[in-house]
Design a protein around this ligand. Structure first.
Ligand code: HAM
Length: 424
């Protein structure tokens, strides 16, 4: 049988890569804790209506990209294409909209979109997202943007740009959609094929199409000029406060986002080193969604960052990041007779918090040392007949190749303090 492969657009995260993922998560959790966010874990599959009613029937994520199927009970279910709708569903289902005791959520996990795979665009990808259910005021937007800034900075990224726009309130949206449609309809044939369809269903999306003809035609449309004075005031308070907090941003009058639920402030973070799929993350306000999904009228805002793209961007911004060593010490047995002693020494290291790998096969010492080097172990601890007889261990510094003997009873404590001193 030919070996089976992972589905196109999905990837295994191999042990050599997983450390980078864990580092992102550990740093993110620390920062999220400082902002008093709490983790939520929602199912990967949901009733399809969770997404169709919230993201919009015309949103491309729903029409073209959702993994949609009938389950054995004939229900229409979907693999989650994003996290916001699921969090709102859970927020309402558990009555949290009535108690307001927990209102700041974050999540980390896989999302699924049936897109054509390419660099930075996967069918299973991972997002770290946050959702806040609280204030409608502009300072809430600023705090969320400040958290996004801290996360990217904490991960060590540097070359990103935060792009900001306002989509106005629901009433503004209806007016703007009509206005954009009326402006572009006479030029329908100059639009790309996708945008000709968008003209009927979702004309705002034409504004962020990258096709030359569409870019030309949508030039001159500025959403900020079209929104109502209250929304304009909200946006100017957001931008003024961002400036006061020294959080850099750029205004992008064509930023519209692909999902229906957004109102007012919308944003995206792009990174110059990512190529065509340059969005590291995006988000915005969605003040009507909780009520629309059956809850009380609570305003909300959030964002999600694509972790595959963060890792790609880190390779551009910090290319020489050293991989984490797999183990600090490698315990070698000169012959099979010493394997039990080697096992017991390795266990002692692990109990005292030092990562240890132990050779369990009959293998020449030279090959064991090669393996230790491949694992970036700092020290190899060698046990042969002689060492066992003397109650000692040979310690080999894997960098310099220098060797010396230590007593078996003291070696774990000694190596532990040495490794600690070296990591300072
Ligand atoms: P989104 O812009 O659709 O927003 O996705 C957020 C991020 O997920 C993107 O900027 C990108 O980094 C990553 N991403 C999306 N699709 C893919 C893909 N196929 N492959 C790799 N990465 C991808 C949302 O999902 C909203 N739920 C964000 C939000 C939260 N808005 C309010 N709260």
């Amino acid at each position: 049988m030919a070996p089976l492969k992972a589905l196109g657009g999905t990837s295994d995260i191999l042990p050599g890569e997983v450390g980078a993922w864990q580092r992102l998560e550990v740093q993110a959790r620390r920062i999220l804790h400082l902002y008093r966010y709490q983790e939520i874990r929602t199912p990967l599959i949901e009733e399809a209506a969770v997404f169709t009613t919230s993201l919009g029937e015309a949103a491309e994520i729903v029409t073209k990209q959702m993994y949609l199927f009938e389950d054995r009970g004939g229900r229409s279910v979907a693999l989650r294409p994003e996290g916001t709708a699921s969090v709102v569903r859970a927020f309402v289902e558990h009555g949290l909209d009535k108690t307001a005791s927990v209102s700041r959520f974050y999540y980390v996990g896989p999302m699924f979109r049936a897109e054509r795979p390419q660099a930075g665009r996967r069918r299973q990808f991972h997002q770290l997202g946050v959702e806040v259910f609280a204030s409608a005021g502009p300072y809430q937007d600023v705090e969320v943007l400040s958290l996004l800034h801290r996360l990217l900075e904490g991960w060590g990224l540097s070359a990103w740009v935060l792009k900001l726009n306002s989509l106005g309130c629901r009433e503004d949206r209806k007016r703007i959609v009509e206005r954009v449609r009326a402006k572009l309809a006479p030029h329908r044939t100059k639009l790309c094929e996708d945008c000709q369809a968008r003209l009927e269903k979702n004309p705002l999306r034409i504004l962020d199409c990258k096709e030359k003809g569409c870019v030309e035609l949508s030039r001159g449309v500025d959403l900020l000029e079209a929104i109502c004075p209250t929304c304009r005031q909200h946006f100017s308070q957001v931008t003024e406060t961002l400036k006061a907090l020294q959080i850099p941003f750029e205004r992008d009058p064509h930023l519209v986002r692909g999902l229906d639920y957004y109102t007012r402030t919308a944003f995206e973070v792009v990174h110059g080193g990512l190529g065509a799929q340059n969005a590291l993350g995006g988000g915005g306000r969605y003040d009507g969604l909780v009520e629309q999904m059956g809850g009380t009228a609570i305003p909300a805002i959030g964002f999600a960052v694509g972790l595959e793209r963060v890792l790609m961007a880190l390779e551009v911004d910090r290319p020489n990041e050293a991989p984490e060593p797999l183990s600090s010490v490698y315990v070698a047995a000169v012959s099979p007779a010493e394997i039990p002693s080697a096992l017991s020494l390795a266990e002692e290291f692990r109990r005292s918090g030092v990562a240890a790998f132990v050779n369990l096969e009959e293998r020449p010492l030279g090959r064991q040392l090669k393996q230790a080097a491949g694992m970036q172990a700092k020290y190899a601890l060698i046990l042969g007949q002689e060492e066992i007889k003397e109650g000692a261990v040979t310690v080999r510094d894997m960098n310099s190749g220098e060797q010396h003997r230590e007593s078996r009873s003291a070696v774990v404590e000694k190596m532990k303090s040495q490794l600690r001193a070296e990591s300072k």
